[in-house]
Write a protein that binds this ligand. Structure first.
Ligand SMILES: Cc1cc2nc3c(=O)[nH]c(=O)nc-3n(C[C@H](O)[C@H](O)[C@H](O)COP(=O)(O)O)c2cc1C
Length: 326
């Protein structure tokens, strides 16, 4: 399939794997890229620019296809060494960057000079327009369904994507709630030129996470996610578990007085224990409502091939059949 997104990133299928903390290691990115999508290494999971450089080199050993790096701009006081991470990306010869979080305007000139395409992930039309105005090449439009940080507007993709299509000139992918060929066709129908998946890619054979995480996704339904940290204006969609219930109880009790320190035990530094050790109840971890559509643990190639075959069948048979009958 050919879209402005496949052309921009030099990939076979219009499918991107979004950056995911403690999931987006070289193994994940290489598996998605080898299957014809765009795999993304999560920059900040590597604790220093030198470690990111090493992760990029490891990924290059595993694939000769294009892959990208996610750089998330966190609302934290102690800022990571962003200039160092930017250098590691450029010197590593990476040609695609997914930015997320705060506005990436400060790093764009460096990426542009290095010929790197930047896709910024945002959760609203106004942020998408801002990304276009500052010179991003594409946007990933992340609806309310998404795993991770859906923003504070709560607009689901059935509205957000066509609104983005009405306003944007640069191409965009649909992100949040995407799982299969139906998702891809719907995304294309609503104006996107591809899709970005997070949660679905965790339940694959190559995802370098503990089997408990994959099993939890297969077991979960679309009713099993919760929104946390709303009062801190840092809303996150996570899979429900004992720690999340504790966190929500604190939110209920403290209301607007809740501070980050009150929930630090449930949210800070929990990812390695969940993703690598499979300690599933230790804290809150991002997960999309799309968990309800995840029923198996295929390889990335099986998943992507299945998505493309299903999408082509829907377009060529089901939809073409309706059009003919009309
Ligand atoms: C476990 C997990 C960790 C994530 N970590 C990040 C991250 O570090 N940076 C980022 O930009 N997005 C992160 N995301 C968001 C994904 O890149 C993607 O936008 C989102 O998962 C799309 O929604 P979906 O899960 O419904 O596919 C994360 C998502 C998950 C599920």
């Amino acid at each position: 399939m050919k879209t402005r997104i496949t052309e921009m990133f030099g990939i076979e299928h219009p499918i991107i794997q979004g950056g995911m903390h403690f999931v987006g290691f070289a193994e994940m990115a290489a598996a998605v890229s080898n299957a014809g999508g765009l795999g993304i290494i999560t920059g900040l999971t590597q604790k220093s620019p030198a470690l990111l450089a090493n992760e990029i080199a490891r990924c290059r050993d595993m694939t000769d296809k294009p892959f990208g790096v996610n750089l998330t701009f966190l609302p934290t006081v102690a800022s990571p060494d962003y200039p160092g991470y930017v250098r590691a990306i450029i010197e590593g010869g990476v040609k695609a960057v997914e930015t997320a979080g705060n506005n990436p305007v400060a790093v764009l000139p460096f990426f542009k000079d290095a010929g790197i395409k930047v896709i910024h992930k945002c959760t609203s039309v106004r942020h998408s327009l801002k990304a276009q105005a500052i010179g991003c090449d594409a946007v990933s439009v992340d609806g309310f369904e998404c795993g991770g940080h859906p923003g504070e507007d709560d607009v689901p993709n059935f509205i957000l994507l066509p609104r983005a299509a009405e306003e944007l000139d640069i191409p965009f992918v649909a992100s949040g709630g995407m799982a299969d060929g139906r998702s891809l066709v719907a995304a294309l129908a609503l104006g996107a030129e591809g899709m970005n998946m997070g949660t679905r890619f965790i339940a694959t054979k190559e995802a370098p996470v503990h089997d408990n995480v994959k099993r939890a996704l297969v077991a979960a339904s679309e009713l099993d996610t919760r929104l946390v940290m709303r009062s801190l204006r840092n809303t996150e969609r996570v899979l429900n578990n004992a720690a999340v219930e504790r966190l929500i109880e604190k939110e209920r009790r403290l209301g607007p007085d809740l501070k980050f320190e009150d929930i630090i035990e449930e949210v800070a530094g929990v990812y390695p224990r969940i993703m690598l050790e499979g300690d599933m109840d230790i804290g809150a971890w991002s997960c999309g409502m799309v968990a309800g559509l995840i029923k198996d643990i295929p390889t990335c190639k099986e998943l992507i091939d299945r998505i493309m075959a299903e999408a082509e069948a829907i377009i060529g048979q089901r939809l073409a059949g309706f059009a003919k009958a009309a």
